[in-house]
Design a binder for this molecule. Structure first.
Ligand SMILES: [Mn+2]
Length: 285
């Protein structure tokens, strides 16, 4: 943030235009629908560069912002708003103006926007949830997913525990116990504790996915698209199609629908790496 520290200042800056000009020349890959969520603008975790590249490379008839776009929780504590975060909001608003049907479903981190449900801001329609009909006639519930937290037994953060964190903990465990033994304290297994947590994380993700799929089934829908747990996925659970568009903090993924109704998860880090691979090969030769 260049000054101030309020949402209205952000909006004033967005109106000025992007700091990184939008890529024009070249063709954008066009999809019928794009779903993205868990961008967490306003936090250091947000992978703004990759998302800007994504937005400049793709286009669609419809786009869903499936919650946790702006992280209001974190912003209330410390104001972190780099100019690139404006660039993302500008690009989203620009697409809406260009004619993409844009639907924004606030999540739990941007729940402040839920008070605007039913309103339309510059072509961005704010909804609590939506029903999306695919090109091949399937009906999908679109929601953020935090509404299932109460049903799922394990804490959300457990799902974010990655393998790297686990390996780090093993090292800490070794060091911690060296110190503990010097102090004459008994051995305490942090790694065992961590392993238990990681196992719980897998269990948590599974339970979450099942709870969401069940909700779609009881509504007599073909499937569901959500975000929230930062784990991109595409699978069938008891006859219900479960789609999770992932996040732009770690995974950097989007869910897309092709014009024939076929769905796909785009792993943007891999797509960017593939784009630059030939250059690397050339310089190595
Ligand atoms: Mn969330």
């Amino acid at each position: 943030m260049r000054g101030g520290g309020q949402i209205k200042d952000v909006l004033a800056e967005v109106a000025v235009g992007p700091s990184i000009p939008e890529k024009t020349g070249g063709t954008r890959t066009r999809y019928r629908t794009i779903w993205i969520s868990d961008i967490h603008l306003g936090t250091r975790g947000c992978n703004a560069d990759m998302l800007i590249d994504f937005l400049d490379s793709v286009d669609s008839d419809m786009m869903y912002l499936v919650g946790d776009i702006i992280d209001g929780w974190r912003l209330r504590k410390t104001w972190h708003w780099p100019v690139k975060h404006n660039d993302i909001l500008w690009r989203i608003l620009k697409r809406a103006r260009r004619g993409t049907d844009m639907i924004y479903i606030p999540g739990n981190h941007d729940e402040a926007f839920r008070q605007f449900v039913g309103m339309n801001f510059g072509g961005v329609e704010i909804k609590r949830k939506a029903i999306h009909e695919t090109a091949d006639g399937r009906r999908l519930l679109v929601c953020h997913g935090d509404e299932f937290d109460a049903v799922v037994l394990y804490a959300r953060w457990l799902a974010l525990l990655g393998d790297a964190a686990y390996i780090g903990m093993m090292k800490v465990n070794w060091l911690l116990n060296k110190v503990r033994s010097r102090l004459g304290m008994p051995y305490w297994s942090l790694s065992k504790h961590a392993k238990h947590k990681v196992k719980n994380a897998a269990q948590f993700i599974g339970q979450f996915e099942e709870a969401v799929a069940k909700a779609a089934a009881t509504r007599d829908l073909d499937g569901v698209v959500c975000g929230h747990i930062h784990t991109a996925e595409m699978r069938v659970i008891d006859g219900v199609q479960y789609y999770n568009d992932g996040d732009w903090v770690e995974g950097c993924t989007a869910l897309v629908e092709h014009f024939n109704g076929e769905m796909e998860i785009l792993h943007w880090a891999d797509i960017m790496a593939a784009r630059y691979a030939p250059l690397e090969l050339r310089s190595a030769a």
